[in-house]
Design a protein around this ligand. Structure first.
Ligand SMILES: Cc1ncc(COP(=O)(O)O)c(C=O)c1O
Length: 410
């Protein structure tokens, strides 16, 4: 028996069977590479689903986290800590936002954003009837009850009713439908991903986000950009919305922010942030025991500094453009199997004619880790330290898999 087989046997009898993990057990990483418990090497084009933006075991991130562990890990929000204050400053100085709330994940950030916009309408704007959240078909906003209710893909919602509501869905990139939904007197806020990521790496046409800004301003609703996947440099700019030259009222972050350490954030304008502000003598409207702890926010500080210092935003733009061109090349060279290259920066997808899950499984057998985005899109979301050589290796493997024809998933 291999070590992998031993461990998988334990996992088989001890885990809730919610996931469908690929049958490998990873133990070690460095940069864009991973090794399993039996020493087999993989090229990582997934980075923990768009999380490990500095790659695995980045020496400086590792050193700074180890130092922070030796100083202070957790104190709660009964007190301030130095790292969270520096992280809030780091985020507000690099974005439109004036104020930050820290939490631990993307779902939690969106959950807090929902509470913020609801309470903003009820308590700040004195519009208690404005409770309807508007979201897009094909979206993904998380797995908590409120955020799964905002997720415009029925497969994620099935079996969990009654869900959070009222929620209304409109087609992604449809400004007319959005205007109609937000013009209702009950509309509260609109939540949208600047690029629909889990929905299939769908980049909206230029001007979509600017159109949303205009509609929200005209209708008295708030605009929330879910940048959990597109934020922190993944598209080659700090925030995905920068490509459209507009800013939201609220932006949610997680994934890349901690480079692998769980940390989420809600970033808001001064005006919108009033939605979560405690009133004199009132209860604390929202909180998280772990949110903003020194370890997580030290990770965020290191990630933001290293991305800036090492010029990784332009590296993401250049390497991402190269990856996009290579994927477009696959569409030309394997037209029956590869249908469309999508994405921006280092968030890329290849729509395949059939068997995307089988393609991902076969690529893993050949030593390249990819993931799915939607049913028919193979997603690339590598770390920002991935090089052209890594891209070449991954695309050559993908070309080989497509040339073999669709294998049976394992
Ligand atoms: C756009 C977006 N929002 C929210 C989430 C949920 O984040 P988490 O899994 O950290 O709760 C994800 C996760 O994939 C996401 O892509």
């Amino acid at each position: 028996m291999t070590r992998t087989a031993d461990l998988l046997a334990i996992a088989e009898r001890t885990f809730v069977k919610n996931y469908r993990q690929q049958p490998i057990v990873l133990a070690r990483g460095a940069g864009a590479e991973l090794w399993d418990v039996d020493g087999r090497r993989y090229l990582d084009m997934t980075a923990g689903i768009a999380v490990c933006c500095l790659g695995h075991a980045h020496p400086e991130l590792t050193r700074r986290l180890a130092e922070q562990l030796g100083r202070l890990t957790h104190v709660s929000n009964l007190y301030w800590n130095d790292q969270q204050i520096l992280a809030a400053e780091a985020l507000t100085s690099r974005s439109f936002a004036d104020r930050v709330f820290f939490c631990n994940s993307g779902a939690e950030a969106n959950e807090a954003a929902v509470k913020l916009v609801r309470r903003w309408q009820q308590v700040v704007a004195n519009q208690p009837a404005r409770t309807t959240m508007v979201a897009t078909h094909g979206s993904f906003h998380g797995r908590s009850v409120a955020t799964v209710s905002l997720t415009g893909q029925p497969k994620y919602r099935e079996g969990f009713g009654p869900l959070f509501g009222p929620v209304e869905f409109v087609p992604f990139a449809d400004l007319a439908a959005t205007r109609a939904a937000l013009s209702q007197p009950t509309a509260c806020a609109f939540i949208v991903e600047p690029i629909q990521a889990e929905g299939g790496i769908i980049v909206p046409p230029p001007g979509y986000l600017a159109g949303l800004r205009e509609i929200c301003d005209a209708t008295g609703t708030l605009l929330v950009f879910d940048e959990v996947q597109t934020g922190v440099g993944r598209t080659g700019r700090w925030w995905g919305h920068e490509h459209d030259g507009v800013t939201p009222d609220v932006m949610t972050l997680a994934k890349g922010l901690g480079g692998g350490v769980p940390v989420g954030a809600v970033c808001a304008t001064e005006r919108a942030a009033a939605g979560l502000a405690a009133q004199v003598g009132g209860a604390v409207p929202h909180a998280s025991t772990f949110g903003g702890n020194p370890l997580a926010t030290a990770a965020a500080n290191a990630v933001l500094e290293i991305i800036e210092r090492d010029g990784l935003l332009s590296h993401v733009t250049e390497t991402g453009a190269y990856l996009g061109a290579q994927l477009a090349g696959l569409v030309r060279s394997a037209p029956g199997a590869a249908l469309e290259a999508r994405g921006r920066g280092l968030l890329r997808g290849l729509r395949v004619a059939a068997g995307a899950a089988a393609v991902v499984a076969r690529a893993r057998e050949l030593g390249v880790l990819l993931s799915l985005a939607g049913a028919d899109v193979v997603r690339f979301a590598p770390s920002y330290v991935a090089t052209r050589a890594h891209v070449d290796e991954a695309v050559a493997t993908l070309a080989k898999v497509l040339a073999e024809g669709v294998a049976n998933p394992t």
